[in-house]
Design a protein around this ligand. Structure first.
Ligand SMILES: [Zn+2]
Length: 484
């Protein structure tokens, strides 16, 4: 047992492009998946029991838009819901943190330019609005981008640092109770200056960025900062860091790639150590627990545990966050992540077995190991511990189905949200789909329809996000295990 982290955040990303049956819908009235006070109460009690002490959310760009300033009903309703959720979180012993991409505006994800006076005014008006709407927030995070950033009108990585300093002044004057966290996300500072590839005469429009022809070898329109740029960014940030508030936290990963590796932008660890001399550091290791739109019951526990050990060895981290876009589904991951924040030396296999024994009964502790067979969906952050032959997977899925069918969850000793029976049914539904995908002749068209209907049907009722990956996610899931 080692000393627990003090910053143990669960980050629920309920942005426009990540809506699904297991995520709260807070700004699409009339559409499903809305959470009431009882839902937040259940969720927060579970988080606290698992070991978290911070609930974190992103104020998505749809809400960072002019209608908020005009008092639109949707924006007012979101603010009212989050004020209530904040009260419930505080009663459950959790702090509340929101993060905002510094300059990303509206459902079309417009990248406002701090070097254009009207855009700069809009950025500050919107930040001020939301700080006033959510005055009981404990921690405010300033996020560089993804989406967000700018390379117009001379904007560089330095522009972000300068903007963040000005935003700190605003936060301190509007919400004096809130601590501030600044994110280094990207290679670093995603989307600022030469990190961003944009088309000629780009006007800040997101869809232009993702439709443009990228140069050969480019990973995406962002993540283009090389180690020399990372060094320049970090040196400038370190130079200005003493001007930031004394209680500022800095989120910096072990590496600058989307997976926290040293493959893009270089090694983050020396910079983490330098920053830690001046301010406390946290991690923001996004794809560690789930990838965006890779939506099923995950089992990335060994990687989670290994990362916590690597962080301990690398720099004096005071904590980090665990991301989810499926807070009502990935309960095992949330449990393991919370426990690993409390004890970074914990054994991930033992955590999985203990969780399943508590939920499904001692006789089904083996489910903890069996669920590893779900971690077979390629995509962001997928680094499975083992490879599987299809017949072995089929046997594992059959045993999961047998055990989940037999399990009596009435004796569950953890305060789960949703309740243990709903969780059991969802796992059983996924096990059935995985079993069929591992069979010789799966009906992939029907599986795609079923997956869409259960997971993404909300998009039949709301506008598709400008980042329209949900359709592809359903398609990818239906094609799973097709090649083995
Ligand atoms: Zn600009």
């Amino acid at each position: 047992m080692s000393i627990p982290y003090t910053h143990r955040a669960c980050y629920v990303n309920f942005a426009e492009h990540l809506q699904n049956a297991w995520n709260p819908n807070l700004y699409y009235p009339g559409a499903p998946n809305q959470w009431r006070a009882a839902d937040w109460t259940g969720f927060f009690h579970m988080l606290a029991a698992f070991g978290f002490n911070i609930f974190e959310f992103w104020l998505p760009p749809t809400l960072m838009d002019r209608p908020a300033l005009a008092g639109s009903a949707v924006h007012e309703s979101f603010a009212q819901q989050m004020r209530q959720a904040t009260q419930i979180a505080h009663a459950a012993g959790l702090q509340v943190k929101f993060i905002v991409a510094a300059n990303t505006i509206g459902p079309q994800w417009y990248f406002a330019c701090p070097n254009e006076p009207d855009d700069l005014q809009l950025i500050f008006d919107l930040w001020r609005h939301w700080l006033r709407q959510l005055p009981e927030t404990d921690i405010v995070g300033i996020f560089p981008g993804d989406p967000g950033g700018c390379n117009r009108n001379g904007c560089t990585h330095e522009t972000f640092v300068d903007l963040a300093l000005s935003l700190c002044d605003l936060i301190q004057s509007e919400t004096p109770r809130a601590a501030i966290e600044i994110g280094t996300w990207g290679t670093p500072f995603s989307g600022w200056g030469s990190d961003l590839i944009s088309p000629p005469n780009w006007d800040g429009d997101f869809s232009q960025l993702i439709q443009q022809q990228l140069p050969p070898g480019a990973f995406a329109h962002i993540w283009n900062g090389d180690p020399a740029r990372a060094q320049a960014s970090m040196e400038y940030f370190l130079k200005r860091l003493p001007e930031f508030p004394a209680d500022l936290r800095v989120a910096i990963n072990l590496g600058f790639s989307p997976d926290g590796d040293a493959t893009m932008g270089g090694d983050g660890r020396p910079w983490a150590r330098e920053i830690a001399k001046l301010r406390p550091i946290t991690t923001w290791d996004y794809s560690l627990s789930e990838g965006e739109l890779i939506l099923h019951p995950h089992w990335r526990l060994p990687r989670l545990a290994a990362r916590r050990r690597e962080e301990r060895a690398a720099a004096p981290y005071c904590g980090g966050m665990n991301y989810t876009m499926s807070p009502k589904l990935n309960l095992l991951t949330l449990y393991a992540a919370g426990q690993l924040f409390l004890d970074p030396t914990a054994d991930p296999d033992a955590l999985a077995a203990r969780f399943c024994a508590q939920v499904f009964g001692e006789e089904h502790a083996a489910l903890g190991a069996l669920f590893e067979a779900f971690e077979v969906v390629p995509g962001w952050g997928h680094y499975p511990r083992r490879q599987w032959a299809k017949p072995v997977l089929r046997s594992a899925y059959q045993e999961i189905i047998n055990r989940l069918t037999a399990a009596d969850v009435s004796g569950c000793t953890l305060p789960l949200f949703p309740d243990a029976e709903t969780y059991r049914q969802d796992l059983l539904w996924f096990a059935g789909l995985f079993y069929e995908l591992a069979s010789e002749q799966p009906d992939r068209a029907r599986i795609r329809r079923d997956y869409w209907q259960k997971t993404f049907a909300i998009y039949d009722r709301i506008p598709m996000s400008v980042d329209a990956r949900a359709e592809q996610a359903a398609e990818n899931f239906s094609r799973l295990l097709g090649g083995k």
